[in-house]
Design a protein around this ligand. Structure first.
Ligand code: COA
Length: 167
């Protein structure tokens, strides 16, 4: 499939909610998280994948704060990402994540919680994640350091308030 990937527009918002409910087996937490991030102004980048005019995938990126040695620095959290179950394993999730990473290439670090078997293919690593202690730290917490890791910020991370919904 070759979906069209673009930033969300107001007419996508209801479809994004439904898409996330479907992708997460009927759970509403992730759909509510996206709405709360948007409402709070913390949705840094929200990309939709359209296929035949229908939203078949979505990924959200939001601002995190890194308490680095030089002071507070911005980073980015990737969450959630969801693909319509009817279209999974056709590359939609990959193109959404790769497009987001490319659009956020000026950022210092991206963080994600998920299966390393999936996210390592985009450059995320558990070892890099250990540099950013957070509520989500552990074997599923990964970072992708965009610039030179030797000069990038390191330190504890605070997620946007809306993530308290899914903790
Ligand atoms: C995870 C998800 C976004 C991936 O999107 P997708 O369009 O299905 O994935 P892609 O087609 O880009 O990639 C498919 C590859 O990813 C692998 N993959 C998909 N989901 C995976 C998962 N949860 N863990 C590990 N690998 C996974 C597939 O095995 C496949 O591997 P292959 O290329 O070696 O065959 C999608 O499966 C989804 O919406 N899942 C339910 C919601 C979810 O769990 N989201 C992630 C947590 S925030």
């Amino acid at each position: 499939m070759n979906p069209i990937v673009e930033p969300e527009s107001p007419e996508d918002i209801d479809a994004i909610y439904q898409l996330n409910v479907a992708a997460f087996d009927g759970r509403t937490e992730e759909a509510e998280l996206v709405d709360a991030l948007r409402r709070d102004g913390d949705l840094l980048l929200s990309l939709v994948a359209h296929h035949d005019g229908v939203v078949v995938g979505h990924v959200a990126f939001s601002r995190v704060v890194i308490d680095a040695a030089d002071g507070l620095v911005g980073g980015v959290a990737l969450a959630p990402v969801g693909v319509d179950p009817r279209f999974q394993r056709e590359g939609v999730g990959s193109v959404l994540i790769e497009t987001g990473i490319a659009l956020l290439s000026d950022e210092s670090v991206l963080l994600v919680v998920g299966d390393p078997a999936y996210y390592t293919r985009f450059g995320f690593s558990v070892a890099a994640g250990e540099r950013y202690p957070s509520f989500y730290s552990g074997p599923y917490f990964m970072a992708l350091v965009v610039g030179d890791p030797a000069v990038g910020p390191i330190g504890p991370v605070t997620y946007a308030e809306a993530f308290e919904l899914v903790n």
